[in-house]
Design a protein around this ligand. Sequence first.
Ligand SMILES: NC(=O)C1=CN([C@@H]2O[C@H](COP(=O)(O)OP(=O)(O)OC[C@H]3O[C@@H](n4cnc5c(N)ncnc54)[C@H](OP(=O)(O)O)[C@@H]3O)[C@@H](O)[C@H]2O)C=CC1
Ligand SMILES: CC(C)(CO)C(=O)C(=O)O
Length: 350
Amino acid sequence: MPKIPQHDAHHIVFGAGLIGCYLGASLIKSRQLLSLYIKPEKADELHAHYSISDYLGNTYTVSNLPNLVDKNNIDNLHEKADVLWLTVKCTSLEDVIEEVKNCIDEQTIIICCQNGVNTHKGIKLAFPQNEVIRAMVPFNVVQKHPGNFHRSSEGNLTLEVTSTIETSIKWLVSQLASDNLPIDISYQMTALQWAKLQLNLSNAVNALIDVPVKEMLQDRRYRLVIALLMDELLKVTKKQKIKLPKITNLPNKWLPVFLRLPNAIFNLLAQKMLTIDPLARSSMFWDLSANKTTEVDFINGKVIDEAAKLDISAPGNRLITALIKKREHGKTDTHVDILKRFDSLLKSHK
Ligand SMILES: NC(=O)C1=CN([C@@H]2O[C@H](COP(=O)(O)OP(=O)(O)OC[C@H]3O[C@@H](n4cnc5c(N)ncnc54)[C@H](OP(=O)(O)O)[C@@H]3O)[C@@H](O)[C@H]2O)C=CC1
Ligand SMILES: CC(C)(CO)C(=O)C(=O)O
């Protein structure tokens, strides 16, 4: 049974993007021994500046950089990880398996931090000797300026607990939880991932319309589309008899109702219920704007796949996925075109 050493546990955060860098600095702040596995080109940015901040006003600047490791200097890694936090996108999971092998031994606990449902399965298969668990990241991270990683919305990082490593995970939480990184545990991770997936269905809308999340939510034209995407997911989870844990101030099944409220009422209530700062953008937005392949197949695509198995129609998630794929292939719809597509989707569902 893997056991995290109670002194000087060595953490490796694999993937120095938004979540990896935020998590990495939080671990350093909690006095953990850290190596950050990066792409070689990332080192200069972190050498110049590395800090985190959040919507509550907490800030922390990393004064001593962690051990930076990449595929060309793997010899810098003197010790394997006790805990490896995998913070690459779902789209990179398969590709990183060989490099992850250099960072772990059989005792390493691997924590998969991806969005989506059961997206950790490939890693579990690749590392059958290891304890592979999931983390649900509820909050949004944006980069305010090079080297600064900003948590722009609320929520507790949630770690999966399994019977074999319950004690280790609880100990880990006691060591790591801080103002910057509030942490919970969950015994029902698949249901929790479905609940998070419901929120992530809006990522693609956010990426397509190219405005901050807060601005998107203040506009009913977008909320109606997001509500429709959520309805499709809720039909799937209802038929699968999955009880969704509540991860916002409202039970999941009420979220589409809430989103459909007129702007004046929604904005008034949202002010009280939703802490999100104006900078937040969905993680899919950054990929689309950098011409990268997005996680849409793991998010809206998951609803399409599961709906098809259950004979449920999912035209909303199909349309959004198709629009994202079109953009991935370099074909840009104008904002007006996108709004027209949204309108006709909504009209066909009146
Ligand atoms: N950002 C957010 O606010 C949230 C994100 N999430 C989820 O967390 C996960 C991570 O997202 P996020 O942090 O935004 O993603 P990013 O793209 O910002 O970070 C992933 C990082 O991993 C790097 N990477 C990929 N392959 C390798 C490799 N072989 N070696 C070293 N580094 C590598 C990428 O480099 P490169 O870009 O050069 O390929 C990138 O810097 C996703 O599943 C996302 O859905 C969940 C909640 C919120
Ligand atoms: C925090 C949230 C829901 C988005 O805004 C997210 O998970 C993401 O950006 O991927």
